[in-house]
Design a protein around this ligand. Structure first.
Ligand SMILES: [Zn+2]
Length: 296
């Protein structure tokens, strides 16, 4: 009897030790190790294994998971995709074209950035809401699109604030820290000192102004032939691994929408990853600085 009890007690103790080792620390630390080595080898992208085999409960286990996530974020934040494209549409929302643009983007499952005119957003709030709902990046361009805003720093910032307020009121979201200056950052309608004041204040407020390194030139006249828009984009993308494309979303730009499917197909065929100004990584930001696409 006595020997039997001792045997059962020993057996239970061993079972307890083995099961606790395997259910917690060992598996966690093993997976911890596994996630790092497999990512380094580049063969395994999914890191779900950490989550699904065991349920972390202690502070140490949770900390281990946090470390993994930080490790992955840091690793990928440092890297650019081999090729990246930012599609940008200025001057919307427009009742004629915005929804058509959204439909094309949806068909190809890509996202874009809309640098909007606040006044147009106030006139067509439902269209802007739809842009946001479709997962696009909504960013400020201007409220009035009247170049009088460049007459003084105050006039510029009043207009900029009005545009931001319209975006926040309609979409319910804060705006991103990127904007596009009406006419681009090299516009020469104001005196140089005012323009410098505007740029300095934007930079001091950590707001970055975005130009482009590929122009569709769809603003060259009211309606540019679709074939020409497509050709402008494709010819300028050649030899570039990182592109920010300027296009327009206003009522007359019907041919921009017509050219868009071919442009997207060209970019996809050539391995570009589609990005927006919603989640710009620090590496991408450095790249844009270097290419003089932002804060020029
Ligand atoms: Zn514009």
């Amino acid at each position: 009897m006595f020997k039997g009890k001792v045997f059962i007690t020993i057996l239970m103790t061993i079972t307890f030790i083995v099961s606790s080792l395997f259910s917690n620390n060992i598996i966690i630390s093993h997976l911890h190790h596994f996630s790092k080595t497999t990512i380094q080898s580049g063969k395994e992208k999914s890191n779900k294994s950490i989550m699904c085999n065991s349920y972390p409960t202690t502070q140490n286990e949770l900390k281990g998971i946090d470390e993994d996530i930080n490790y992955i974020r840091k690793k990928y934040d440092r890297k650019l995709s081999p090729r990246e494209v930012f599609l940008t549409f200025d001057d919307g929302p427009s009742p004629v074209n915005t929804l058509r643009i959204l439909e094309v983007l949806k068909r190809y499952n890509v996202k874009a950035t809309f640098f909007i005119i606040g006044k147009h957003a106030d006139e067509h709030p439902d269209i802007l809401k739809r842009v946001k709902r479709e997962g696009m990046c909504v960013a400020p361009h201007t409220y009035s699109h009247n170049y009088k805003i460049y007459r003084s720093e105050k006039a510029y910032f009043d207009d900029y604030e009005a545009c931001n307020n319209a975006i926040m009121k309609i979409t319910g979201s804060d705006t991103v820290s990127f904007l596009r200056l009406p006419g681009g950052s090299t516009i020469q309608v104001s005196n140089k000192a005012v323009m410098k004041e505007i740029k300095t204040r934007l930079i001091n407020n950590n707001v970055k102004y975005v130009d482009w390194n590929v122009s569709s030139a769809d603003a060259a006249m009211d309606t540019v032939p679709a074939a020409l828009i497509k050709n402008n984009v494709i010819s300028q993308c050649k030899g570039k691994n990182f592109v920010v494309i300027l296009m327009h979303d206003s009522n007359t730009k019907t041919t921009t929408v017509e050219a868009l499917p071919d442009i997207i197909e060209y970019l996809k065929d050539n391995g570009y990853a589609f990005k927006t100004f919603e989640n710009v990584t620090s590496t991408e930001e450095r790249q844009m600085n270097k290419l003089r696409i932002i804060n020029r």
